[in-house]
Design a protein around this ligand. Structure first.
Ligand code: CAA
Length: 246
């Protein structure tokens, strides 16, 4: 059997890079889809993933037509698209009373519309081939809400509803759809939180530390494995105990 092909959106970001490496180490051929970004950032990413079967492809995940063209291109060039990890995400934190319409639109567009844009174009091929793994990277803040994140919490909670609805639609076709809800991890997104606020959050994490991107990647690799076919419509929290539920 030829290698399974995985697409990771937000692929050159903190979590994305770790996910690309984990999937490549699991024998997948990986396409890291992300905004064009600076040549320096792309060079740094190439260095990070050197020796792994990972290639970079520029994509604006908020652009529906561009996502369609991208999925076609991957399927033609790589033969299929078997694993889709929606990890593209941004924050525009501010209290609702100060939030501009543009801050709402940017976060909903990149964090939630992107999931529709990619899944809408990728799921048909997965169903036709009788195999697919979709993993949506949500957040603990989509489960609990977070001060200053009405936009982000809404988008991340929306991903859960999307995940469960699509899971039902394709469960008989060999395609699973799950979400992973990371807590606070060592990424640029979390580093951007003011120091005193971030420390206050870490103090509330039962594990007493930030998560490592590799710990999120491990969970994605697990959910996207060929023998994970009976897990669908699930959400796996990876948050050091910050939010516990069942
Ligand atoms: N809970 C309750 N009250 C709070 C609060 C909190 N967490 N944070 C601030 N307040 C209070 C302040 O004390 C202040 O009270 P007063 O008006 O009585 O003085 C009031 O709310 C307004 O606070 P600010 O002036 O600080 O509000 P701001 O708009 O300047 O800043 C903020 C708000 C930028 C959102 C800031 O609180 C912040 O950065 N919070 C962290 C947000 C966060 O966790 N983001 C996660 C990013 S990483 C990520 O999202 C990855 C992931 O998935 C986990």
């Amino acid at each position: 059997m030829s290698k399974r092909v995985a697409v990771v959106t937000g692929g050159i970001g903190g979590l994305g890079t770790a996910i690309c490496k984990a999937l490549a180490n699991a024998g997948r051929s990986v396409v890291a889809a992300d905004l064009g970004s600076s040549p320096e950032r792309i060079a740094r990413f190439a260095h990070d993933v050197a020796g792994h079967d990972v290639r970079f492809a520029p994509l604006d995940v908020a652009d529906f037509e561009a996502c369609g063209a991208f999925v076609d291109e991957v399927q033609q060039r790589d033969g299929s698209l078997d694993i889709l990890v929606n990890a593209a995400g941004i924050t525009r934190d501010t209290t609702l009373r100060k939030m501009e319409r543009a801050q709402w639109d940017a976060v909903l567009g990149i964090n939630l519309d992107s999931v529709f844009n990619l899944c809408r174009h990728a799921v048909g091929g997965m169903v036709d081939r009788g195999f697919g793994r979709i993993v949506n990277i949500s957040s603990v803040n989509g489960q609990t809400g977070q001060f200053g994140q009405t936009n982000y919490s809404a988008a991340k909670a929306g991903m859960h509803g999307f995940t469960m609805a699509l899971a039902r639609e394709v469960a008989r076709k060999g395609v699973t759809v799950n979400s992973v809800s990371p807590g606070y991890c060592e990424t640029a997104l979390v580093a951007a939180i003011p120091d005193d606020i971030r420390q206050g959050i870490v103090d509330k994490v039962p594990a007493g530390r930030l998560g490592q991107p590799s710990e999120i990647a491990r969970t994605v690799e697990f959910l996207s494995a060929d023998d994970a076919g009976y897990i669908t419509g699930a959400n796996i929290p990876v948050n050091g105990g910050l939010y516990m539920g069942f």
